[in-house]
Design a protein around this ligand. Structure first.
Ligand code: F6P
Length: 527
């Protein structure tokens, strides 16, 4: 099946996007899809009808629909860890039964949601002013991203997110908190992650040093209630989830508690409802009208087809500043794998390098390379029709204008003749005109997609995050990999553990390589 993609890529590599629009008046409609209130426009790419057929054939050959059903019905699709994958159950608000090993998981899910809501109401009505979520990776990025994204909906305590084992993170955070009114959430699926446990111990010591009894000041979000209890957090303050919720897919359950505290249980439910609506779309729409499927296929076209290794995610929404980081974990931890589910080598590139920043800031930083660099970087723009500051509508109009201008500029470019005309208009001529003109050429024909949304509400954020989750799933199915394990993070963790005593000087570094020994010597000389 990859041969067909290769052939399509050869045929389409130099296709001129502007010509595609010229030849087909309805291209913008044909190569876009709407779902819920979202519009995903992928017409500014080199994809034509034949390419789309090849891409859809990939999805069919990989049996995306059957795999999707296997996921949402609780089959063990995470084969390397022997687990079901059921983050969708966390937003299955109607409670329709989902069985794992013959047991309906929904009563447990809904009970935990209701316990979270009771706690959120109590905390929001109490004198707690600050909540510190201590977690890393999936136990941090989701709530941290959503807390920022939904700041217009916040009416609860201030939340802070401490993730890095660098003492700077917790020190800077605690400096702004009052020990008497600060609540700590220790968020860790395993309750063993070294960064989180180190930060949690430092937080406990901070309370004690300030004369505050830590009991009642900690809540745990974890699948490992026993370890949380051993740490001193009683079971009624532990909010558990099962091993079928992967860390990077966990914002919908207890890991979302800080968000619920900030925006309230009703808005949190709206967030879940948005995701549930996207789940319904993903489960029912035909492949060619299925937004997550199309997002994934466009990604495969650019990465596995045209060999564009990176993809820029460019939200024109300042409050989505953590979205690229969130998507980095979601996509790169899920699909950054070179071995297929059956143990064979992947015959094509693994998932993309995802990176980005909100617009318009990125325009004044790295867009230069996107427009004129030698590599093509497919761009994924997103923008809402409406902002949250109606009194400053002119800002939002400018924001949208910039977003649309960038995708147009990438596609259109500026030819040498146009650049020459510009230089001539500035009064240049001869060699100098020629030299200056060349610097002002934009190659153009650079692909981008645009995701439009009405407004970034809690429900909308739920839709978008679920959209990306399913995009990752579809890409993983087509690549034939397991998107739900992350063995690639293990080796570094093991080595860090063994290096600890070497850094503190309590063990010899003799069996380390020469570079590592020299780096350790440097540390010992200067510390
Ligand atoms: O090291 C990677 C990872 O396992 C992620 O997958 C996970 O989100 C993160 O660490 C944190 O894990 P935990 O929630 O168990 O502390």
């Amino acid at each position: 099946m990859w041969n067909a993609l290769k052939a399509a890529a050869e045929a389409g590599r130099d296709r001129v996007i502007l010509d595609l629009f010229e030849a087909d008046e309805s291209r913008a409609e044909t190569f876009s899809v709407t779902a819920l209130d979202l519009l995903f426009d992928y017409s500014k790419t080199q994809i034509d009808a034949a390419t789309l057929d090849v891409l859809l054939d990939l999805a069919k050959a990989a049996e995306v629909e059957a795999r999707r059903d296997a996921m949402v019905f609780g089959r063990v699709i995470n084969e390397t860890e022997g687990r079901a994958v059921l983050h969708t159950a966390l937003r299955n608000l109607d409670g329709e039964a989902i069985e794992v090993d013959g047991q309906d998981v929904m009563p447990g899910v809904l009970e935990t949601l209701s316990r979270m809501e009771t706690l959120a109401q109590d905390v929001r009505a109490s004198d707690v002013t600050d909540v510190v979520n201590i977690g890393i990776g999936g136990s941090d990025l989701g709530p941290a991203m959503a807390y920022l994204a939904l700041s217009p909906y916040r009416d609860g305590p201030r939340c802070h997110f401490v993730s890095n084992v660098d003492a700077a993170d917790i020190s800077d955070t605690l400096r702004g908190c009052d020990p008497a009114t600060t609540l700590f959430i220790v968020a860790s699926k395993t309750f063993t992650t070294i960064e989180t446990m180190t930060n949690a111990r430092t937080a406990r010591a901070w309370l004690q040093d300030n004369g505050v009894e830590p009991d009642g000041r900690f809540i745990a979000l974890s699948s490992n209630a026993e370890a949380a209890a051993d740490w001193g957090i009683p079971r009624d303050r532990v909010f558990g989830f099962e091993d079928w919720v992967g860390g990077r897919y966990s914002i919908w359950g207890p890991i979302g508690l800080s968000l619920m505290l900030a925006i309230g249980p009703d808005a949190f439910r709206a967030f879940l409802r948005g995701a549930q609506s996207m789940d319904r779309h993903f489960r029912s729409a035909e492949l060619h009208e299925n937004m997550p499927v199309l997002l994934a296929l466009v990604g495969i076209w650019h990465n596995q087809g045209l060999n564009h290794a990176t993809r820029a995610v460019l939200p024109y929404d300042n409050r989505l500043s953590r979205l690229p980081a969130y998507l980095q974990q979601l996509e790169m931890e899920s699909n950054g794998k070179s071995v297929a589910m059956d143990g064979s080598d992947l015959p094509v590139n693994s998932g993309s390098v995802v990176w980005g920043e909100p617009g318009t800031n990125g325009q004044h930083a790295f867009y230069q390379l996107i427009h004129q660099g030698t590599r093509v970087i497919p761009c994924e723009f997103m923008v809402a029709a409406e902002g949250h500051e109606p009194e400053l509508r002119h800002h939002h109009d400018l924001l949208i204008a910039n977003c649309l201008a960038q995708s147009e500029a990438l596609m259109r470019g500026r030819s040498l003749d146009e650049a020459r005309a510009l230089m001539a208009a500035k009064g240049l001529n001869g060699d100098e005109l020629e030299r200056q003109a060349r610097h002002r050429v934009f190659p153009g024909n650079r692909p981008s997609t645009t995701l439009m949304m009405p407004k970034m509400t809690p429900e909308m954020l739920g839709e978008i995050i679920a959209l990306y989750e399913h995009r990752v799933f579809v890409e993983g199915v087509i690549l034939g990999i397991n998107s739900f394990d992350q063995w690639g993070v293990e080796l570094g963790k093991e080595l860090a553990t063994s290096l600890g005593p070497l850094v503190s000087g309590d063990a010899s570094a003799d069996d380390k390589d020469a570079s590592t020994r020299a780096l350790l010597d440097y540390v010992h000389r200067y510390s």
